[in-house]
Design a protein around this ligand. Structure first.
Ligand SMILES: N[C@@H](CCC(=O)N[C@@H](CS)C(=O)NCC(=O)O)C(=O)O
Length: 226
């Protein structure tokens, strides 16, 4: 039985969940408290996602996806562009979302309100995590964006969406062709972490082709944790 240690708000965790749900791999999700990560203390780890497969522990979202693909999902092997796009997701795309969904305290408060709904937390814990999260993220997200030279995150996201549609999809249903591959699931997973929020809405309004691709993947990954 697989256990995924995660934060409901974590884009890297959503990449892993996109694959788990698409391939209908049963797993149990453990929501980690982002303030003290106490659920990970016994593993001596601090970052999510973490996958436990019996006594095998796998860290780093892309390594977890590889592990799941090799051992459970067995998706058709992509070409070398699959690896290039997956690298782009981890190094570039993921950094455009926080400055949008945590633009200021009010926006971040909204974001945490939505992403924490399915966390299973009670009302008091959810409010505490929501407040602490919004305080921290509204500051950290802008600081990190500045450090990375992202001055206009919405414009950067729109350009990234255009690039994915033109060079990634190239008129096909998916990067993988008729079926999604690990590149599709990685791009999708990152965006799915902010489903219904400004970043995804912006991306889908900007590009109807992106919106159609996103909607298809959303329905293909609609299963929930078992
Ligand atoms: N490179 C890692 C990044 C994981 C990561 O940054 N996770 C964040 C949540 S989105 C985290 O656990 N932060 C808690 C911490 O750093 O203490 C991956 O791909 O899994």
């Amino acid at each position: 039985m697989l256990t995924l240690y995660q934060f409901e708000s974590c884009p890297f965790c959503w990449k892993v969940k996109a694959l788990l749900h698409y391939a209908k791999i049963p797993y149990t999700a453990v929501e980690v408290n982002p303030m003290n990560q106490k659920e990970l203390a016994h593993l001596n780890l601090k970052k999510v996602p973490v996958l436990a497969d019996s006594d095998q522990i796998v860290t780093e979202s892309s390594a977890i996806m590889d592990y799941l693909d090799t051992n459970y999902a067995h998706l058709p092997a992509g070409d070398e562009s699959t690896a290039v796009w997956r690298g782009w997701v981890d190094d570039t795309l993921v950094h455009f979302l926080p400055p949008i969904v945590h633009k200021d305290f009010a926006t971040s408060w909204q974001t945490f309100g939505q992403v924490l709904k399915p966390s299973g937390y009670g009302a008091i814990k959810r409010s505490l995590v929501r407040f602490a999260g919004a305080m921290a993220m509204s500051r950290v997200a802008q600081k990190k964006a500045r450090e990375r030279g992202i001055s206009d995150a919405p414009a950067a996201l729109k350009a990234a969406v255009d690039r994915w549609v033109q060079e990634g999809l190239m008129g096909r249903s998916f990067h993988g062709g008729e079926q999604p591959d690990l590149a599709d699931l990685s791009v999708f997973g990152i965006l799915r972490s902010t489903d219904g929020l400004s970043a995804v809405l912006l991306a889908c309004e900007h590009s109807p082709a992106f919106a159609a691709w996103y909607a298809q993947l959303k329905s293909m990954t609609a299963s929930t944790a078992v």
